[in-house]
Design a protein around this ligand. Structure first.
Ligand SMILES: [Zn+2]
Ligand SMILES: [Zn+2]
Length: 602
């Protein structure tokens, strides 16, 4: 439980820690007989665990906060008391706190302590190491707020009693608190699991399996549109598409060097008897990555330096084992589809190819209106004493390739940082780090230069000198996996996707059934042009229809009434824009098609 000194001595740490005591004090007041667990400061505030005689919910927060504020105002002093073990345990006995006692006995025994410390403020006594503020008066007013109630096992062990954990935010200034709470509420509103359900994008069905999302029609549109976009980018940059199976011999991963180290991240092997008379089985596995398949495609024919770089692309399905407790939404899954490609090139081509990969990222981000990103170059750490186990042992190759990658990064003009010691075992790695709308930093894509696996897998090309040479490989995935990238986009757009990406691009609403023929005419014309248009055929009132479709965040609602039929026009309500607009029908369609084609953001 020892934290580093500078951290525990900071003013904010003391404030948060003291507030935890004050929270317990207030809870004991409204729930006499409550038993105490732990109450530490955390990143954005503090929590305290309780066994409660009666449950507490967010409806009780006001009362608890009021009591806490009252205690703060009283200026109660925090008094430290250090007692020898005999006295300490008789004091704990008197407190009637079985969990504190259990922990105290363990602490004393494990660390051979001679004494224990207690802190007292007002009538509240707690066994703790401190430090605390001198007086509750030092705690700034209105800088804390109770956040939530959750269940938590005593000491994090599921064999133990379930306690009630009350979380709270706490900061040194009101501005920080307000900013933090706002970001949190925004994140809740934009949560991909919540929006995924509301907008019918995907579902997790336990009958199918944990961590295996089912993409609903609306979510499948998002996948298809992103995939189409990436295919276009890759086509322009002269990638070639391949299709390879998701089931493969496990020995491929021994060849690449991922096994045995990566075994925990893979599904169990399947033993398959390849022929009647063989007495050994072959181990097959759901692939955790597409790399060896593409490498074998490269190796399927003799390659000349003249055809390099060879760029092989595939949106490939991969499966990674995650334990059932950690799978969640689209971010922690067991099956995913990856925007994968491998570029096989000569040493001279590395820098140029890496530059193009970075430029593809830039184009993608620009199109989506993403500006807050930087690259992170993870290099080999020549000083690392364990370096020989962690990385391919070839210092010259590391230096050479890192210099080429770094130079490509400089030429790209995109911001980057460099971190030593986080490279892949087979070469330097570039991550694209994105600051999300809710302020988190997320890795959106990972790219690697590989100078080791080609050797391990015996990949070669014939050079101008007629000799066999080893190609370099760039592993790249600008749009990551469909699962992660879609989760990110749902949050980024808050579910209100630009027209080109929106699952339903146009919804047509008739003022009355009398105008349905004209609505059908527009709908067919839009669909002939591959616009995802639908007519609202519900029996709801006009206002209800508008409300429902606005809630579904459909970017273009067309309202059709008598005037529109007579003038061959449409009235449009655009999502997020108050004023509606009436346009000639063909002008509207032309505008819309142009917008979709250019993948415009508004
Ligand atoms: Zn304390
Ligand atoms: Zn790869």
């Amino acid at each position: 439980m020892k934290k580093n000194q500078t951290e525990t001595n900071s003013k904010l740490y003391k404030i948060r820690h003291s507030l935890a005591h004050i929270l317990a004090q207030a809870v004991m007041d409204i729930r006499p007989g409550a038993k105490l667990g732990f109450g530490p400061p955390i990143d954005d505030g503090f929590y305290y665990d309780f066994i409660l005689p009666e449950p507490i919910g967010s409806e009780d927060f006001k009362e608890i906060e009021k009591k806490m504020k009252h205690i703060i105002k009283q200026g109660q002093a925090f008094e430290r008391e250090e007692l020898n073990l005999d006295k300490a345990f008789s004091q704990i006995d008197g407190m009637g706190e079985p969990y504190k006692e259990e922990y105290a006995r363990e602490l004393a025994q494990k660390h051979g302590l001679k004494s224990l410390t207690f802190y007292k403020n007002g009538s509240f006594l707690d066994m703790c190491e401190g430090p605390h503020v001198e007086s509750t008066k030092e705690i700034p007013q209105n800088c804390f707020k109770l956040k939530s109630v959750a269940g938590a096992y005593w000491r994090g062990d599921s064999n133990n009693t379930m306690m009630t954990r009350i979380y709270a935010w706490a900061f040194e200034t009101k501005e920080e608190l307000v900013g933090h709470v706002r970001a949190y509420e925004e994140a809740i509103k934009r949560d991909h699991k919540k929006l995924g359900k509301e907008l019918q994008l995907f579902t997790i069905d336990e009958e199918i399996g944990k961590g295996l999302p089912l993409w609903l029609p609306n979510g499948t549109v998002l996948r298809d549109e992103i995939e189409k976009l990436m295919r276009e980018f890759e086509f322009e940059d002269e990638y070639k598409r391949v299709s390879t199976p998701t089931l493969t011999k496990a020995k491929m991963y021994y060849q690449t060097g991922h096994l045995p180290y990566y075994k925990d991240g893979m599904f169990p092997f399947m033993e398959i008897k390849e022929s009647e008379d063989s007495d050994t089985n072959e181990a097959y596995v759901l692939r955790p990555m597409n790399c060896p398949h593409h490498h074998r495609v490269f190796a399927s024919q003799k390659r000349s330096y003249r055809e390099l770089p060879v760029r092989l692309a595939e949106y490939g399905n991969v499966f990674r084992y995650e334990d059932s407790g950690s799978v969640s939404g689209l971010l922690r899954v067991r099956g995913m589809c990856m925007n994968d490609a491998h570029i096989y090139c000569t040493e001279d081509q590395i820098e140029e190819e890496f530059l193009k990969v970075m430029q593809m990222h830039e184009r993608l981000y620009k199109l989506l209106g993403l500006e807050n990103f930087h690259m992170r170059l993870s290099t080999w750490d020549s000083e690392d004493p364990k370096g020989k186990e962690k990385y391919v042992d070839d210092p010259k190759a590391w230096d050479k390739t890192q210099n080429m990658v770094r130079s490509a990064m400089q030429r790209s003009g995109l911001p980057f940082v460099e971190v030593a010691g986080e490279a892949a075992f087979y070469g330097p790695k570039i991550d694209f780090q994105m600051k999300t709308v809710t302020g988190r930093e997320e890795t959106i894509s990972t790219n690697q230069l590989d100078f080791a696996v080609p050797k391990r897998m015996g990949l070669t090309y014939v050079g101008a000198d007629n000799e066999e040479h080893m190609p370099y490989i760039i592993h790249r995935a600008p749009a990551g996996t469909h699962e992660r990238f879609t989760a990110f986009l749902i949050e980024h757009f808050g579910g209100a996707f630009p027209t080109w990406l929106a699952p339903v691009q146009v919804k047509i609403i008739c003022v009355s059934d009398a105008f349905i023929d004209y609505a059908k005419e527009i709908n067919s014309e839009l669909r002939r042009n591959f616009v995802r248009s639908e007519i609202d055929l519900s029996s709801d009132s006009l206002n209800k229809k508008i409300r429902t479709n606005t809630k579904s965040k459909i970017p273009n609602l067309l309202i059709i009434g008598e005037n529109e039929v007579n003038d061959q026009s449409v009235t449009i309500r655009r999502y997020g824009i108050k004023e509606q607009e009436t346009l000639n029908k063909s002008d509207f369609i032309n505008q819309l098609l142009k917008k979709i084609k250019s993948r415009s953001l508004n």
